[in-house]
Write a protein that binds this ligand. Structure first.
Ligand SMILES: [Zn+2]
Length: 497
């Protein structure tokens, strides 16, 4: 590190184009590679990589050369690509079916250091970059933004155990192509648009009528394979009678075709491993174990290799709060889903998995500790908690704004908070504001309004919250890391990781 001291001194004296004497050094980033000594530092809210040395790595890094053979490099997309070329552990990687993984969506690009701290030395691999197209558009971020943030975080923390990047809930082929071209290591294919929701509710008569409209060869194939047949699956016995077969065909026939098409055209063509996940969870239809088997068996017949599958479980997996529903029924169905997943050799994936503490032990038990759990908004709620602790008046403004704009978010999110039950702001002392993040309704209020909060502008076109919000969190990044380690750590504990 000695070689870097002259640059740090220059930064402290303000001789480089930054106006502060306050330099934070990320010791774990200190690394020497191919004759180049590197270190990440922060000045004000901005992070930089300092580099001293010579050779191709040094030359490829873009930055301001402030001493002979010493540069200050911004955390640009180009510099992230340089890190990817020289440090393998900064490149997202697939994890396959044998290890537990946890999706740790980071809507702000600030949470990954805390997430890394949480999973380090635990029996789980992190998918640090994970944002759905919906989240990207609501926060005005791109896939490259989330990949950049994750790669710089692993560099900052010197985390060499590998991380994944999930193109989450992708529906369109163009987005799949894009995600793969950028180096995403996981693709979650959202088939909700191919699932015929009317078939679930339809009466037996309607199911029969609709089924009979299908081409003869398709019907014959399904009937030959499934009708009145009983499948023994890992100790489970599953039988398709006439109506259940017809209903499953109507529900999933088109979706299975799409999954197969995407796998054959994109996933299997990549010359690197991809964690391919199928999501059938974003519908009203609860996935019965029989339906799960039907989809899995069809995919297996078509040689589509999954790493994980997300059924829609019984009960409610609402965002940011604990499980709502019948635990006994959940346990029974989860155990059957787990047997089916094990039989076909992939992991069960649990979406909206944050804060489901009641069911984590059940998930851990029946999946034998090998599963994928996705979390996202809960990490943003911990950021809100930090703001509530450190900047009460700013918190109050966000809270008021969120209440005013809550209704607008219901077109994106299914939540049912009892907002009348939320303590009015004027009754709550500053020191008690963080407790809002222990209240289900207030959690959901913030959980869904993030996009509006982070993109809201005043009449002159300036962000009302965003810039200050990021500055505050940067200032309190240690507190943010601590909250994430505590909160996500509790997830990992309950999941037996
Ligand atoms: Zn989902």
């Amino acid at each position: 590190m000695e070689k870097l001291i002259p640059i740090i001194e220059l930064l402290k004296q303000g001789k480089v184009a930054v106006d502060t004497t306050d330099v934070k050094v990320y010791e774990k980033s200190n690394t020497k590679h191919d004759n180049v000594q590197m270190l990440m530092v922060k000045l004000e809210s901005n992070k930089y990589i300092l580099a001293v040395g010579s050779g191709p790595l040094y030359d490829e890094l873009t930055g301001e050369e402030v001493i002979k053979k010493g540069k200050v490099c911004s955390l640009t997309h180009e510099n992230r690509l340089v890190l990817n070329r020289y440090f393998d552990y900064t490149v997202p990687r697939a994890f396959g079916t044998k290890v537990a993984t946890i999706g740790l969506g980071d809507r702000l690009g600030l949470a990954s250091p805390g997430h890394i701290e949480t999973v380090r030395d635990r029996n789980v691999s992190p998918v640090l970059a994970q944002q759905s197209i919906r989240e990207l558009s609501l926060t005005n971020r791109t896939m490259n933004d989330i990949l950049d943030a994750a790669a710089f975080a692993v560099f900052q923390e010197g985390y060499e155990d590998g991380y994944g990047a999930d193109g989450d809930h992708i529906k369109e082929e163009s987005d799949i192509r894009h995600a793969l071209s950028l180096g995403m290591s996981m693709i979650t294919l959202d088939c909700s648009e191919q699932i015929d929701k009317t078939a679930e509710e339809a009466s037996s008569e309607t199911v029969q009528i609709e089924y009979n409209k299908l081409p003869e060869d398709i019907k014959i194939r399904y009937e030959d394979h499934y009708l009145n047949k009983t499948f023994q699956v890992n100790g489970l016995s599953l039988t398709f009678d006439n109506i259940s077969l017809m209903r499953n065909v109507l529900l999933y026939h088109t979706a299975i075709k799409y999954m197969t098409h995407v796998y054959n055209k994109y996933i299997s063509k990549e010359n690197r491993p991809i964690d391919f996940e199928i999501s059938i969870d974003e519908t009203e239809t609860i996935t019965s174990p029989l339906s799960h088997f039907f989809v899995a068996n069809e995919l297996s017949q078509k040689n589509v290799k999954l790493v994980s599958l997300a059924p829609k479980f019984c009960g409610e997996f609402q965002k940011g709060i604990d499980y709502i529903g019948d635990l006994e029924q959940f346990e029974k169905e989860l155990s059957e889903h787990a047997l089916i997943a094990e039989h076909f050799g992939y992991k069960l994936s649990i979406h909206s998995g944050s804060d489901k503490f009641k069911v984590f032990p059940i998930i851990a038990k029946y999946t034998k500790g090998v599963f994928h759990v996705k979390t996202a908004g809960t990490n943003w709620l911990e950021a809100i908690r930090v703001i509530a602790k450190t900047n009460p008046s700013f918190y109050r403004k966000m809270h008021e704004f969120a209440l005013e704009h809550f209704e607008e978010t219901l077109k994106y999110y299914h939540v049912t908070p009892d907002l009348d039950g939320v303590q009015p702001l004027e009754n709550v002392a500053d020191t008690d504001l963080p407790d809002y993040m222990n209240d289900d309704a207030a959690r959901q209020l913030f959980h869904v309004t993030y996009g509006l909060i982070l993109t809201h502008k005043d009449d002159s076109g300036d962000y009302v919250f965003k810039d200050d919000f990021f500055k505050m969190l940067s200032k309190h990044e240690t507190e943010y890391t601590d909250e994430l380690v505590r909160h996500i750590g509790r997830h990992a504990d309950m999941l037996g990781l």
